[in-house]
Design a protein around this ligand. Sequence first.
Ligand code: NDP
Length: 339
Amino acid sequence: MALFNSLNLNDKKSDKEKVSGEPTEHIQVLIIGSGPAGYTSALYAARAGLKPVIYQGMQAGGQLMDTTEVENFPGYPQGITGPVLMEDLQKQAERFGTDIRWGEVTAVDFSKKPYTATIDSEKVVSADAVIIATGASAKYLGLESENRLKGGGVSACATCDGFFYKNKIVAVVGGGDTAAEEALYLSTLAKKVYLIVRKPELRASKIMQQRVLGNDKIEVLFEHNTVEVVGDKVVTAVKLVKRKGESDEKIYDLPIDGFFLAIGHKPNSDVFKDYLETDEVGYILTKGKSSKTNVPGVFACGDVQDSIYRQAVTAAGSGCMAALDAERYISEMEFENKQ
Ligand code: NDP
């Protein structure tokens, strides 16, 4: 199950005035975000006696809360629903003393120690170490019908939901490497995969293009745009416009069972961008095989720093790494303070 936490931090503006306010509380390890990465880092930090505090963000539990069945998280042979998995992860973190709070981090100041974070543009807390686990959000087309049918055949993760479309007909929107990968993956399950591409060519790498174009089950619909996802409770078709605005423009309904978005992701890192190095898309850069960012004592884990794997289990693993890195950082800090 990919994790695309939709903690909508990107929409928030930096609020430097609020950050410069005096902190009203000091926290040893502050964890921002409550997907598998956040809760796993909390579990490890709590067991290490670091009294972590999690601010859950706009969507407590992250994007798994929008998912029905999760069948690829190890330890659940019968599968589990996304919300129950997140509840279990939360309980496990709480069992060892994690303080889990509602609230969204709307600004940070990593320019001097102790670092500070502003919660809901009001309260300011300071922290010895900060673990960022804010995830990334899949991009959607923004259609009302698409939003309404999320969980009813509209998905942004083929690896998570493809299994439910065995021998069915699906469509994937997008022309990049993700869309190509998703289409290829779905072609191993579905009987037919349409790839809806708005341009006359694919953006995906040459090798991925060759694989897609050479796959009998995949039909690429170039110069097609989605107007509507059709269906009452579940997806039954997609309304497409071919060669929009041209003299041979054509609008038609294509019967499908599943509609997959693969038009990119946006990491939820905007609130940190004044301080942390990111790639051109906004994924936070971490050093080597660690969760360390360019700011000592600030660690990143999960999808906010991972544009490649984006799975719940990899997010959880990187959450563990972040907690271990934070633990070492705090030990060294305490040792130096004693000198
Ligand atoms: P990209 O930004 O590369 O591609 C997004 C695709 O979605 C483009 O074809 C774009 O169309 C299309 N698109 C965007 N908005 C819309 C819209 N509103 N309606 C219809 N189509 C739309 O994103 P990816 O997620 O594919 O890839 C991100 C990065 O990750 C890339 O660098 C990619 O190479 C990399 N990646 C690598 C993989 C690998 O190496 N195995 C696997 C997956 C990703 P248009 O071309 O017209 O702009």
